[in-house]
Design a protein around this ligand. Structure first.
Ligand code: ADP
Length: 307
C-alpha cells in the first residue's frame, strides 16, 4: 500500500444558474495539488501550504476538518500529513475550499485502500465546507469527487447523482480578482421565493438535466437561466451583465454566476466557441482596470486524480 501520494484537486462550478445548492460540474485545467501521507504519528497535520495564506491548524483548515471526519469513522489512531499547493484562490467561487476538502479525503481513502465510496467521501468533505461557509453544502465537493456534472437531489438524507456529460461541452470561467466571501454573498439572498419564480426555476433544472442526457445543447442553453439568485447576487460582480451579453453574442449556450461569485461561467459547444467567449469576456474586463484570470476547460469527467 502507498504511504504517500500526490493528487490534482480540481476547481468546480456550483449552481450552474438554475441549480442553486444542488448542481455543479468539475473543471480540468484549474486545480490545486496536494501531497498526502500516512504516518505512524496519530492525528491530522497540515505541514505545508504554498500559494495562499491559509491556516495550518487542522481544525481551521477545511482539509484537516474533512480528514478528521473520515478518521472519526474509520480509525482515530491513524496519522496523516497534508501539503497543499494552492492554485485556486480562496473566495473565488470556483470551489477553493471544496478542492481541499474533497482532495484530502479522496487521498486518504486511496491510501487506506478505498474503504469508503465516493458518496461517503462527499459527507466527510461536506464537513470542510461547513467550516468554510457555515453551511455543509455538497454542490462543489460532489463534482470534485464524482467528476462531470452532479445533482444533489436531497440533503436529508444525502442523495447525490452523477449526471451525463455531453462530449463537446466546454466551460469558460472568468475570475475577477476581488474576494466575495460565501457568507457575504449568502446574506443578499432572500429566504422566500414566489411560486411563480419557483415554477420557472424547477422547469429550468429539469430542462438542464434533460439537455445533459439527450446532449441537446440548445435545451441546455435555454435552461441556463436563474430567476431567483442571480438578480440579487449579480450586483456584487463588476460588469456581470456586460460579460453575459458578450458571452452569449459570441455563441455561449448560457452564462451565469459561478458558485457564490465573483467568478462567472459560460458553457459552450466546442473549444473554438469557448475560446471566442473567453476573448469576448477578456475585452469587457480589460476596460474595468481590475485584475482577472480566465480559464477555458473541458468538463473533467473523472474528478480528483493521481499525478
Ligand atoms: P470558494 O467559493 O472558492 O470555495 P469559499 O469562500 O467557500 O471559497 O471558501 C474559502 C474560505 O475557506 C476562506 O475563508 C478560507 O480561509 C477558508 N479555508 C480554510 N481552509 C481552506 C483551504 N484549505 N482551502 C481554501 N479555503 C480554505
Amino acid at each position: 500500500m502507498d504511504k504517500s501520494l500526490k493528487i490534482f484537486a480540481p476547481a468546480t462550478v456550483a449552481n450552474l444558474s438554475c441549480g442553486f445548492d444542488v448542481l455543479g460540474c468539475c473543471l480540468d485545467t484549474v486545480g490545486d495539488e496536494m501531497i498526502v501521507s500516512l504516518t505512524s504519528d496519530p492525528g491530522v497535520k497540515i505541514t505545508k501550504i504554498e500559494g495562499a495564506d491559509l491556516p495550518l491548524e487542522t481544525e481551521k483548515n477545511v482539509a484537516g476538518v474533512a480528514v478528521q471526519a473520515l478518521l472519526n469513522v474509520y480509525n482515530k489512531d491513524i496519522g496523516v500529513t497534508i501539503e497543499i499547493y494552492k492554485k485556486i484562490k480562496a473566495g473565488s467561487g470556483i470551489g477553493s475550499s471544496a478542492a481541499s476538502s474533497a482532495g484530502a479525503v479522496w487521498a486518504v481513502n486511496h491510501l487506506l485502500g478505498n474503504p469508503f465510496t465516493a458518496h461517503e467521501l462527499v459527507t466527510f468533505a461536506m464537513e470542510g465546507e461547513k467550516l468554510a461557509s457555515g453551511n455543509a453544502h455538497a454542490d462543489n465537493v460532489a463534482p470534485a469527487l464524482l467528476g462531470g456534472f452532479t445533482l444533489v437531489r436531497s440533503y436529508d438524507p444525502l442523495d447525490v447523482i452523477k449526471l451525463n456529460t455531453p462530449k463537446d461541452l466546454m466551460i469558460t470561467v472568468i475570475h475577477p480578482q476581488i474576494e466575495v466571501k460565501t457568507s457575504d454573498s449568502r446574506s443578499v439572498i432572500k429566504n422566500n421565493v414566489s411560486l411563480k419564480k419557483a415554477i420557472r426555476q424547477w422547469g429550468n433544472v429539469g430542462g438542464l438535466i434533460a439537455g445533459l442526457y439527450t446532449e441537446d445543447y440548445k435545451l441546455i442553453g435555454r435552461s441556463l437561466e436563474d430567476v431567483i439568485i442571480e438578480p440579487l447576487r449579480s450586483i456584487l460582480i463588476p460588469e456581470f451583465e456586460s460579460v453575459k451579453q458578450a458571452a452569449i453574442a459570441k455563441g455561449a449556450l448560457g452564462c451565469g454566476i459561478s458558485g457564490s461569485g465573483p467568478s462567472i461561467f459560460a458553457l459552450s459547444k466546442g473549444e473554438e466557441t469557448a475560446n471566442n467567449v473567453a476573448d469576448a469576456i477578456r475585452s469587457v474586463y480589460n476596460q474595468t482596470g481590475l485584475d482577472f484570470e480566465i480559464h477555458v476547460s473541458k468538463i473533467n469527467n473523472q474528478g480528483i486524480k493521481l499525478i
